[in-house]
Design a protein around this ligand. Structure first.
Ligand SMILES: Nc1ncnc2c1ncn2[C@@H]1O[C@H](COP(=O)(O)OP(=O)(O)OP(=O)(O)O)[C@@H](O)[C@H]1O
Length: 578
């Protein structure tokens, strides 16, 4: 499983890199250039020490120093250029991936968002994508360059001084293993730091998000104590990571130094026996850094690689999620609503298979109003969600002017249905943008007309910034009634022929209730409406009232008929007006 994920991830990278072929070719040339320069610089230094100093070759020395400066500058340019190009390639790939994932997540079924946590999705879209970026980073891709340089340098060193080079190479496995072992420990410690930082962030987010609950239950102290615990464990983890780092860095440095010690010891001994030169020692000390670089980078890369594989697996799982409620391959065009909506023997259960609706049938003719009543949890909201096709029925069918709603594009269907829910969703932007959300450019006249119709225009005018007033996160700066009227204004502007109204259960004061009711009445006039009624006084003119219990229609008829029947409806009615 792990193995095959690795292959799929590598293929993914290959596809991403293939798109940027021309950049990669340029980068390769730059890397070869850098390798050559890195080899040449110590070589020139060696020549200065071994030849120019003994021969007093001053002119050549001046040229050599100028050459060294020039080469160093060129090396800087080449590595800056290749870093930039590699960063461009990797950032392009990552940003494309993030777009794909976000669009994919948005396209998921409603049910998907009910079962997966927002936090987990955030992790995939941010940290997991970052982990892949870590592997596609200039440092990681630059490893190819440093391996190339190291190989060239190694071959030349072997030709020059096989014994010393052989001894240096012998230290590499040790260097690699020590690096790998300790960097794992250090990385593990940092991983724990990241986890506890995540927990801490979640805690902050949750507390600030439920500040009203905390204040009203006076649990500030308790919340602060819980936070202090999480914060303390984060501090402990950070301390542990820092301690590991402090303890192991000297050890890693010591192993790194073994190579240097060999060059100085063996090299100097060879100089005494005239089989090596002082300049050679100096050059070899520079080459050692070049040789050790990829060994150390490789350990880092192994870790990143493992993290990336885990992340890639989670990304694949998200991509593998396929929405079930999708548009048909050959959608039927939907004309403006002109006849009726019909629920035909509709059965429904959510993902957990608990039956919610059973054999629900009713029709909603154009221009009429049908009301749903019943106790909490009876399935009223579920019926409205099915009409909007957030879920597909599990039995029976819903038709729109005789066409099964599964045969049309969801967008075409939803455009014709305006929904006002109990908990109004507003975005943290201006009142203007909230009313016009999703409706494209809208004139101020149209906005004001909608606001008037929704009984919210006076309130907006009373605000110093009018339509440009920001509503705050989730509309916190507005009252429940104001939020609902903004949502109603949106529906007026949308001008959908069908409206679904879920009346607020929250106790609104009489004045607000009257205002909302007036705007509801205006919305329903000349439109077709499906109303979930909690205040039974408001639906007396409905063409048909459906009384729902445990997902079944137990009574149906007009207000008068149902009262005369003296059944469940009459009971609910008398409960409200007693
Ligand atoms: N996403 C879901 N997954 C599983 N069960 C659900 C889901 N949404 C709702 N339910 C269940 O479906 C049943 C009907 O819920 P629904 O929201 O349709 O009731 P309702 O009649 O609108 O209630 P209320 O008047 O309280 O709003 C409830 O028992 C509820 O627990």
């Amino acid at each position: 499983m792990f193995q095959s994920t690795i292959w799929r991830m590598l293929r993914f990278f290959a596809r991403q890199l293939a798109d940027a072929k021309k950049y990669l070719v340029i980068v390769m040339f730059m890397l070869v250039g850098t390798a050559a320069i890195q080899y040449a610089i110590p070589r020139i230094t060696q020549a200065v020490i071994d030849q120019m100093i003994p021969q007093h070759a001053v002119t050549l020395l001046a040229w050599s120093v100028a050459g060294l400066l020039g080469l160093t500058a060129l090396n800087g340019l080449l590595s800056a250029g290749s870093n930039y190009l590699l960063a461009r390639v990797s950032q392009g790939a990552v940003s494309r991936l993030r777009n794909t994932l976000f669009t994919h997540a948005l396209g998921q079924d409603f049910a998907f968002f009910e079962t997966s946590k927002t936090g987990d999705l955030m992790v995939v879209l941010t940290s997991d994508v970052n982990a892949l970026q870590g592997l596609l980073s200039p440092q990681a891709l630059g490893l190819i360059g440093s391996i190339l340089t190291a190989l060239i340098v190694l071959v030349i060193m072997l030709i020059q001084n096989p014994v010393l080079t052989g001894l240096i190479v012998l230290t590499f496995p040790l260097l690699f293993l020590v690096n790998l072992y300790f960097s794992r420990l250090i990385h593990g410690a940092w991983r724990r730091v990241r986890q506890s930082t995540g927990t801490m962030n979640n805690q902050i987010q949750e507390s600030l998000g439920s500040i009203l609950l905390i204040k009203s239950m006076a649990t500030e102290d308790q919340t602060a104590d819980t936070f202090a615990d999480v914060n303390e464990s984060n501090r402990q983890n950070q301390l542990a990571a820092t301690k590991y780092f402090a303890e192991f860095s000297p050890l890693i440095d010591f192993v790194d130094y073994l190579g240097t010690a060999l060059i100085i010891g063996v090299g100097a001994y060879q100089v005494m026996g005239k089989s090596f030169t002082v300049g050679g020692i100096v050059a070899y000390l520079s080459y050692l850094t070049i040789l050790q670089a990829p060994v150390r980078a490789l350990t880092n890369l192994i870790d990143r690689f493992q993290q990336a594989v885990v992340s890639y697996e989670r990304i694949e799982n998200l991509i593998a999620q396929q929405a079930l409620v999708v548009d048909p391959p050959h959608p039927v065009a939907l004309a403006p609503f002109h006849d009726q909506i019909a629920f035909q023997h509709v059965d429904f259960h959510y993902g957990n298979n608990v039956p919610i609706l059973h054999d629900v049938s009713f029709t909603l003719p154009k221009g009429e109003s049908v009301a749903l009543v019943g106790s909490s949890g009876a399935g009223k909201t579920t019926i409205t969600k099915l009409l909007d096709r957030f879920y597909d029925v599990t039995g029976g069918a819903i038709t729109f002017d005789g066409i099964d709603i599964r045969q049309v594009r969801r967008r075409d269907l939803r455009r014709q249905i305006g929904v006002v829910t109990q908990d109004v969703l507003l975005l943290d932007t201006s009142i203007r943008d909230n009313i016009a959300y999703g409706l494209g450019p809208v004139s101020d006249d149209a906005l004001w007309a909608a606001a008037e119709a929704a009984n919210i225009a006076d309130f907006i005018k009373s605000l110093p910034e009018g339509l440009d007033t920001r509503v705050g996160e989730r509309g916190v700066r507005l009252s429940g009634g104001q939020k609902q009227r903004i949502a109603i204004a949106r529906i007026f502007l949308q001008d959908a022929p069908i409206v679904v109204l879920d009346e607020a259960t929250a106790a609104l004061d009489n004045e607000t209730e009257r205002r909302i009711q007036t705007s509801f009445d205006r919305l329903m006039a000349n439109r077709t409406s499906l109303v979930i009624a909690h205040r039974l006084s408001t639906i007396q003119h409905a063409r048909e009232i459906l009384v729902l219990e445990h997902g079944e229609i137990v009574e149906r008829g007009t207000h008068k008929e149902l009262l005369a029947k003296n059944g469940r409806y009459a009971q609910l009615y008398s409960l409200q007006f007693k």
